[in-house]
Design a protein around this ligand. Structure first.
Ligand SMILES: Cc1cc2nc3c(=O)[nH]c(=O)nc-3n(C[C@H](O)[C@H](O)[C@H](O)COP(=O)(O)O)c2cc1C
Length: 393
């Protein structure tokens, strides 16, 4: 058992937090003694509600968390509180050249339309196995208007940890969370942002290095974690980005973190609901097979390299639109690529640790191994300490 201030704070056995969109993985990690964090950003509020009800029923009373995107800045922010109105306005603002480029790419890569997509495979889950990551069902998870709808659904459930990415939760959200006894966390890529979050009363800072999956800054975990741990002390810090082994967890603790916030490794666990062909691509990928590109959401996002992302980065590209308009533009294309099982074109968010993801194992086994290998690493570090003269004598 690894005991840190974070395990004490949440009453959990292992300082391992697992960000995932997959409800089975959330429940499995929490049951195994870590904490599963349900990433709500791509889901419609009804799905958030249904998934969190399922998690609550399957987590054996163990704590779990929810992660939402609450960007400080996004297009259309503050113009309307009506999500449909906002989406329509953002749709209208998409330049014709961008629509044309997306259409041409789909044609060039021979991706058929949704009308000819194979039927959804219904395994009893709301979206059916492999299709639960619909980039099409909710396009406003990256703006406050949309995130508030997801939050409303989330707050019906007993969440222990509410985490936001890309910005500090607004004061009313903070109060609501507090009044329900939740701890608040925020992901950051710089010490400056970390300080803003603690000024707003956030309980836990997640320092996410550039090697992580999804939206990242440019500073590596090795540099960022100690910088932030010092800047926000005594507020506890979780290290994120590039952690997939017990040795890396031990390194994170050595840097001043109280635990690890992980994401990529769960994409290939046995409970993962990623399409099998996408998992195969990740198992085969090397650590150099990711890039940070704005082609999915409009903000730099680390993802698996593919001809799709390469095309957006070429000189012939019209360039990327801002968040969330780039996502509104490309959501249907992402959906077509997934529904037609074109894993060769996938741009799934995944970190550099993908190079070490070589097998599919149950989430509980991954948690156990992370802890055991971390303990063994810490114990083994004693070999670098020369015996004192007294001990030698
Ligand atoms: C598929 C995927 C999607 C992600 N989407 C989000 C997100 O919506 N919000 C968020 O805070 N972090 C998101 N992340 C990042 C994770 O929270 C985490 O910081 C990151 O995966 C840690 O680095 P690692 O991938 O090296 O483990 C995502 C990660 C993955 C793998």
């Amino acid at each position: 058992m690894l005991r840190t201030r974070i395990t004490d704070l949440f009453g959990i056995e292992a300082p391992i937090f697992a960000f995932t969109h997959c409800r089975e993985t959330v429940a499995a990690v929490s049951r195994a003694g870590g904490m599963g964090i349900y990433g709500a950003s791509t889901f419609a509020p009804e799905r958030v509600d249904a998934d969190l009800a399922w998690i609550t029923a399957n987590v054996e009373g163990k704590p779990f968390g929810v992660d939402l995107m609450m960007p400080q800045k996004s297009e259309g922010k503050g113009t309307t509180t009506d999500a449909r109105e906002l989406e329509a306005a953002l749709q209208m603002a998409i330049p014709q050249a961008h629509r044309e480029f997306t259409r041409t790419l789909l044609e060039q890569f021979q991706v058929p339309g949704l009308d000819t997509a194979p039927p959804v495979e219904d395994d009893g889950r709301p979206g059916g196995r492999g299709w639960r990551h619909s980039w099409y069902e909710f396009k406003l998870g990256a703006v406050e208007t949309g995130a508030r709808l997801q939050l409303e659904a989330a707050l019906r459930h007993p969440i222990a940890f509410l985490v936001t990415a890309l910005g500090t939760p607004p004061p009313d959200v903070r109060e609501l969370a507090r009044s329900r006894g939740m701890k608040l966390g925020a992901l950051v890529g710089s010490a400056k942002h970390a300080r803003q979050h603690i000024d707003a009363g956030v309980d836990v800072i997640i320092a996410q290095g550039t090697e992580a999956a999804a939206h990242t800054g440019e500073i590596s975990t090795l540099v960022l974690v100690p910088e932030i741990a010092k800047a926000v002390a005594p507020v506890p810090v979780l290290a994120a980005g590039g952690i997939g082994t017990g040795e890396q967890l031990a390194a994170a603790l050595a840097l001043g973190a109280e635990g690890a916030w992980t994401g990529s490794i769960w994409l290939a666990c046995a409970e993962s609901d990623e399409p099998p062909e996408v998992v195969e691509r990740m198992l085969a990928a090397r650590s150099s097979d990711t890039l940070r590109s704005r082609c999915r959401t409009g903000k730099p996002l680390r993802q698996l390299k593919s001809p799709w992302s390469a095309a957006w980065e070429e000189p012939s590209s019209p360039g990327m639109l801002a968040m969330p308009t780039q996502h509104i533009l490309t959501a249907e294309a992402e959906e077509r690529i997934q529904r037609h099982r074109r894993a060769d074109l996938t741009t799934i968010p995944v970190g550099q640790i993908v190079g070490a993801m070589n097998s599919v194992r149950p989430a509980a086994e991954i948690v156990r191994e992370l802890v055991a290998d971390c303990e063994a690493t810490i114990a083994g570090m004693g070999r670098f300490m020369p015996l004192s003269t007294k001990e030698q004598g």
